[in-house]
Design a protein around this ligand. Structure first.
Ligand SMILES: [Fe+2]
Ligand SMILES: [Fe+2]
Length: 287
């Protein structure tokens, strides 16, 4: 399994000359993904710590290997998204205190008060959300007009979310197979994720004046409704997870992910390279 999920580094320079509005047709969407970028490092560190604690309880060596490959992929996602913070800094955005508060009040607090099985269930649910966002963004080419480096970073991340989308679900089934635990993770994760993303999007838009422009809201409306159908599609994917017979592999979109990885690994436009020792930070597994 780990052979199918190599660890790749994202090598685009991500210099501060990337425009503030890197998705000109839809400022609300670029603000939403800026917030996604802000929470990725601490959010994915939470996945890594949770998975690492579950690995010792897993008897299946293939699943354990997939879990380790998952941890390394998530570590590289955190590295790349954190590099993008220098672009956000260059544009004068204030978000670092917010990021610290979110880490302490959501991920670190959850680790203190929630049992491991519930944390694993939350990781499984958020990984489903990552995977269906990836599916929709890649299938619909939503970032086709974005700045090429930011598009590559987001699309590479999305492709790997598809690549490893079954891992956390399978780990949850191994450590806590009951349906009730799946449901118990779905409720807080869904509420937390969409609350944080919505508030974060507004926070970024308020800082660049986009909050007060009608074009911002028209773009968001098109994304949710007529253009990308994301309101309806999000509900469909969220509730699919609650079917007792659900498994992430039922939506087979591996070809979508493979095409993206091939595009960004090509000698012409390649910003992906096999991760080498020291190319990224070691996974932060400290509680
Ligand atoms: Fe990720
Ligand atoms: Fe992931």
């Amino acid at each position: 399994m780990s052979v199918l999920m190599p660890t790749r580094s994202f090598r685009a320079p991500l210099q501060p000359d990337i425009p503030r509005n890197w998705l000109p047709a839809n400022p609300a969407l670029s603000a939403l993904l800026d917030m996604y970028t802000v929470i990725v490092p601490s959010n994915e560190a939470f996945y890594m710590r949770t998975l690492a604690r579950c690995l010792g309880r897993i008897d299946d060596p293939d699943l354990a290997a997939a879990g380790r490959a998952f941890i390394h992929q998530e570590a590289e996602h955190g590295v790349a998204h954190k590099r993008f913070w220098s672009v956000l800094d260059a544009h004068g955005y204030r978000y670092r205190r917010l990021e610290r508060i979110i880490d302490v009040l959501t991920f670190r607090l959850t680790e203190r008060i929630a049992p491991l099985s519930l944390r694993m269930s939350m990781v499984s649910c958020i990984e489903h959300i990552n995977a269906f966002m990836a599916h929709e963004f890649l299938r619909q080419g939503i970032l086709a007009d974005a700045h090429p480096e930011v598009r590559a970073m987001q699309e590479w991340h999305f492709a790997e979310e598809i690549e490893h989308k079954s891992v956390s679900f399978d780990v949850l089934r191994a450590v806590s197979p009951g349906y009730g635990m799946r449901l118990a993770g779905w409720v807080p994760t869904t509420v937390l994720f969409y609350t944080l993303m919505t508030l974060g999007m507004l926070f970024f838009l308020a800082q660049d004046g986009g909050l007060w422009r009608a074009s911002t809201w028209r773009g968001l409306w098109r994304h949710l409704g007529p253009e990308h159908g994301m309101a309806r599609r999000t509900l469909k994917h969220l509730f699919a997870y609650l079917k007792p017979s659900f498994h992430p592999s039922q939506l087979d979109d591996r070809a979508l992910a493979e095409a993206v990885i091939a595009r960004y690994s090509s000698p012409q436009g390649g910003w992906l390279a096999p991760a080498t020792r020291g190319s990224g930070r070691a996974p932060d597994l400290a509680a």
